[in-house]
Design a protein around this ligand. Structure first.
Ligand code: IMP
Ligand code: MG
Length: 179
């Protein structure tokens, strides 16, 4: 697997430092509350697992699967719900946990959909941000690390469903996705 990697962009140690900061900020802001922490599958599952273990407040968790990318590296601009939440979010404080904010198309659609279900509040927490590629505006409440416009894998992020299990955030060799 490492043969396909060009370089490590962000090490697991750096990621861990960032996740600790995000967890502390959320714990502070939601003191006395019990938010629903919502993982956007599949990419955010590794981040979600680490993030919730940094929370010092009670919370519940749920998972939602949306897709916009297929197996390519360019957004199709369409969002499809593949798995919906099990939880009724009416009156709940919801925190959407995302792996990466790229064009913002997926998340902006998801936010509109969830707002329609009348949560008490809705916040967005993303580990990674690619601001250069934004097409749809998304207000980010908790932002980890901004990265340049490169395609990254690892720490939950995939290329063609592979590489999610790499512990560090890595840049693939271009020949992997151009062949
Ligand atoms: P957006 O709608 O363009 O913001 O798409 C966001 C989604 O695309 C993320 O949740 C990821 O699943 C995927 N994505 C965007 N950039 C990358 C990347 O560099 N590597 C892997 N997946 C990515
Ligand atoms: Mg994702």
């Amino acid at each position: 697997m490492m043969n396909d990697i060009q370089e490590i962009l962000i090490s697991k140690e750096e990621i861990h430092e960032e996740v600790k900061k995000l967890g502390a900020a959320i714990s502070r802001d939601y003191a006395g509350k019990c938010p629903l922490v919502m993982c956007v599958l599949k990419g955010a599952f590794v981040f979600m697992a680490d993030l919730v273990r940094e929370l010092t407040i009670p919370c519940t968790m749920d998972f939602m699967a949306v897709s916009s990318y297929g197996s390519g590296t360019v957004s199709s601009g369409r969002v499809k719900i593949n798995k919906d939440l099990d939880t009724d979010i009416t009156g709940r404080d919801v925190i959407i946990v995302e792996d990466i904010l790229d064009s913002g198309v997926t998340l902006s659609h998801l936010i509109e959909l969830l707002k329609g279900r009348n949560p008490a509040s809705l916040a967005v927490c993303t580990l990674l941000d690619k601001p250069e590629r934004r097409k749809a505006y998304v207000a980010i409440d908790y932002k980890g690390i901004s990265i340049p416009d490169v395609f990254v894998v690892g720490y939950g992020l995939d290329y063609d469903e592979k590489y999610r299990n790499l512990p560090d955030l890595c840049v693939l060799k271009p020949e992997i996705y151009t062949k």
